[in-house]
Design a binder for this molecule. Structure first.
Ligand SMILES: Cc1ncc(COP(=O)(O)O)c(C=O)c1O
Length: 394
């Protein structure tokens, strides 16, 4: 007799039933805001119900131990120490905390790639303007070819004034995985602070913060890990933690009862809020383990590989990266031809009920396709058919 517990079904059809997405929409945009399956959502609601059953016990007495427990799970998942990370609502918040706190001087440079996410660029420009620092966008030309070429192109922007490097591990408009580990290593040797934007990383590709060794890292649990919205983390290397100020000053500043560190005190409580999304992150990790997400990710990659190749054939545009897991996993950006209508995204949604974003980057438009566990090759075929019809009538 075989007593092995059967794995829960993780086919696209089975997973589609677990996610809560509108069945009338072909959803190829997991990348923008993620999506949360029912079992994780149920855990989230259980936390909210527990909070409401005794708000004073929950928020006044027990919250610290709940958060510490959740932090230890997520820290293990991203391979770092629980005391070196704090929960934050989103990556934008984390980048703001860093840009606001780093004490730079007039003329100091923050070197970034020209593929960074607009909101985070704005955070640097806003906080940087107050300190008269220069936010410098270093061109990373497309197509990317090799990590060595990438490093050469990026490092050409380093000067004696470069104090900080800001870089996405997975970019938003171009959906590329950048070799941030190599960048962090080189920067450490050069004495430059590294700030990594990992908004798309947890749940999409393996993250080992200890190996990467950045100075700061902010990442979302609510995108590819499928945690409820408002669940993210900020990592700060031990020697960098004293540099961080809270964006919101609360009880942790000049605390009457200091905890393990100033970092934990500053970020542990920012006023009354609902921490249920943070507390549900461990359930999201568990969900992906139970459903063998390694194999789901592999399948998504294969599905996307086919969609991407078909899109290139149809659109007759050149790939922006080699067909390699080094450069992209569950998201891919494909350049659009000039003849694609300006309202392509709206047409795809309104006429074909396909949710997929079109981004403009450096004067080139891209269609960015995300493939998550609930997507099947048929979703890609629907996108392709819709594009054929739209282009034929353009
Ligand atoms: C590369 C990158 N960084 C940061 C963000 C911001 O994430 P959030 O809105 O959760 O702060 C995004 C969102 O899509 C992103 O793509």
């Amino acid at each position: 007799m075989n007593n092995a517990v059967p794995l829960p079904q993780n086919t696209p059809e089975a997973l589609k039933n677990l996610f809560q997405l509108d069945s009338g929409i072909i959803f190829l945009n997991h990348g923008s805001f993620g999506a949360t399956p029912k079992p994780i959502f149920e855990v989230f609601h259980n936390w909210q119900r527990k909070l409401e059953s005794e708000p004073v016990a929950f928020l006044g007495r027990e919250i610290g131990s709940y958060l510490a427990e959740a932090r230890s799970h997520v820290a293990e998942y991203v391979h770092t120490n629980a005391d070196d990370i704090v929960f934050i609502p989103n990556t934008t918040y984390g980048i703001n905390c860093i840009a606001h706190a780093l004490q730079l001087h007039s003329g100091d440079e923050v070197l970034a790639t020209d593929h960074e996410y607009g909101a985070c660029e704005r955070a640097w420009r806003f906080h940087g303007a107050q300190q008269e620092i220069v936010y410098k966008k270093q061109p990373i030309p497309l197509p990317v070819v090799s990590a060595d070429d990438f490093i050469d192109a990026f490092w050409a922007g380093v000067t004696s004034k470069t104090k900080v490097i800001f870089i996405s591990q997975i970019t938003s408009p171009t959906a590329l995985i950048f070799p941030v580990r190599e960048v962090c290593q080189k920067a450490r040797k050069a004495g430059i602070i590294t700030v990594v934007d990992g908004a798309h990383v947890p749940g999409q590709t393996a993250l080992n913060i200890t190996e990467m060794d950045p100075d700061f890292y902010a990442g979302n649990f609510h995108k590819w890990l499928c945690a409820p919205k408002g669940s993210a983390f900020l990592y700060a290397r031990k020697d960098m933690q004293p540099l961080l100020n809270p964006l919101v000053v609360s009880w942790g500043w000049q605390s009457d009862s200091p905890g393990v560190s100033q970092f934990q005190d500053y970020f542990g409580w920012a006023g009354t809020d609902d921490p249920s999304a943070y507390l549900s992150a461990p359930a999201a990790i568990q969900f992906q383990q139970e459903y063998d997400w390694e194999s789901v990710r592999r399948r998504c990659r294969i599905t996307l590989q086919e969609i991407r190749a078909n899109l290139h054939e149809l659109l007759q545009t050149a790939p922006i990266a080699p067909d390699s897991e080094v450069w992209w996993q569950q998201m891919a950006a494909v350049p659009l031809p000039e003849r694609a209508p300006q309202d392509l995204q709206q047409q795809l949604f309104q006429r074909y009920h396909i949710e997929v974003p079109v981004f403009k980057w450096n004067n080139q438009r891209f269609i960015r396709v995300s493939v998550q566990g609930y997507n099947s090759p048929e979703d890609g075929a629907a996108l392709l058919n819709a594009l054929k019809q739209i282009l034929a009538s353009a």
